[in-house]
Unconditional design. Structure first.
Length: 391
């Protein structure tokens, strides 16, 4: 499809300049239509009945995700968001006193809070692997810190701030050599770049629908290597994840759907499948190339604005660009841009505390581009920002 067609199929591009794709991207019309059709069907015939009618579409959502990840449909679970997907994997593991959890300086707050909670409960310890001068996890340091007490390596593939892309495949290779499970948070990378789990060598991978996949809010997914599925016990179960086999016994499902629950956002899950197919039809390599190029153009333009500092790091960079201004707070900039129909978000130090404190970062404006954005929008964004900053 041409850029013109992509923008025609994205109605929101007519109303706003949307540089908040790392928050929630504008959905394409086919995704919106799929959800509306299902909701209308629910209203006409009932929720259970509409879900039964949507069985094939729901199965195709599993198949689409499996195609995207290069795995089997039995290795995919549909859950309500990326955090819950990540939680179901992490909290399903057993940790004992002295076990080590390895992560990076750019770990996301939700994940690190979970590390701390489990460490308090079990006596496990959280160890932060040093970063390189360009911000990525130092794979040599990771290799050297591996010992027989390491229970898990957990990595945020693309941090919420800073632009960098961690070398996840290199981390996966080290984890595989050491026989340590590897949990990859792909919340920001799903839909922005290819995620072949065999190449990444991740044991578990979590993602969301609402960001670069351009799917519905309230949708997420979890991949678990089939060799690990029955080694991870979900932290909660219901009659979908398990079967009540006798008054005193139950059996947990043998596939990844053990991480799901019966009640779900069916319209959203149908829309998620459409969104994944949409991305696959465009090609994730092509998406990565365009998003990367647009983001570099934006960074260069922002760096030329007086009083603006671009805060991005990384040898390989994503579609996320962050910056701050000398004489105006990030929240003020965001609000002023929003008044002008320009969407961004604010990344606070508490969302990536270790990285923010190491780099002495203030609140940042996060401007995240997608393939349907244009170079003309970048020019407009920069000129609008200049207007905001000069009052």
């Amino acid at each position: 499809m041409t850029l013109e067609t992509l923008r025609e199929e994205t109605p929101g591009t007519q109303d706003v300049l949307h540089f908040n794709n790392a928050g929630a991207a504008l959905p394409p019309q086919p995704v919106v239509d799929a959800q509306i059709r299902h909701l209308q069907r629910e209203a006409r015939i009932g929720g259970y009945e509409a879900a039964a009618d949507a069985a094939d579409a729901l199965e195709d959502t599993y198949a689409a995700l499996a195609d995207m990840l290069g795995c089997g449909t039995d290795e995919v679970a549909l859950v309500e968001n990326a955090t819950r997907a990540w939680d179901m994997a992490f909290y399903g593991m057993d940790f004992d006193a002295g076990d080590r959890i390895l992560t990076s300086r750019a770990a996301y707050a939700s994940n690190y809070i979970a590390f701390l909670q489990v460490a308090e409960r079990t006596g496990a310890q959280v160890d932060v692997v040093p970063s390189t001068d360009t911000g990525e996890i130092d794979v040599n340091a990771l290799r050297e810190t591996i010992d027989d007490r390491v229970r898990l390596i957990a990595l945020t593939h693309i941090p919420t701030n800073g632009g960098l892309v961690h070398p996840a495949a290199d981390v996966g290779a080290i984890a595989a050599d050491a026989g340590v499970p590897f949990l990859l948070d792909a919340c920001q990378s799903a839909g922005q770049r290819p995620l072949p789990v065999d190449d990444l060598q991740c044991t578990m991978l979590s993602g969301t629908g609402r960001k670069y996949l351009r799917g519905p809010r309230g949708t997420g997914f979890l991949y678990v290597d089939r060799n690990w599925i029955e080694r991870i016990e979900p932290p909660l179960l219901d009659l979908y994840a398990a079967t009540w086999t006798s008054p005193d016994t139950y059996e947990i499902r043998p596939d990844a759907r053990r991480f799901e629950t019966f009640e779900s956002h069916v319209a959203g899950q149908v829309g998620l499948g459409v969104a994944v197919r949409y991305a696959l039809n465009l090609g994730l390599d092509a998406i990565r190339e365009r998003v990367t190029a647009l983001a570099e153009t934006l960074r260069t333009a922002l760096a030329a604005v007086d009083g603006v500092t671009v805060a991005d790091t990384g040898r390989v960079r994503s579609g996320i660009t962050t910056f701050y201004a000398e004489h105006m707070e990030a929240a003020e900039i965001q609000a002023a841009l929003r008044e002008r129909d320009v969407n961004t978000s604010v990344s606070t130090p508490s969302s990536t505390r270790l990285d923010a404190e190491a780099r002495h970062l203030p609140d940042l404006v996060r401007a995240s581009v997608h393939y349907y954005n244009t170079e003309a929008e970048i020019d407009r964004f920069v000129e609008t920002l200049k207007d905001v900053l000069t009052g």
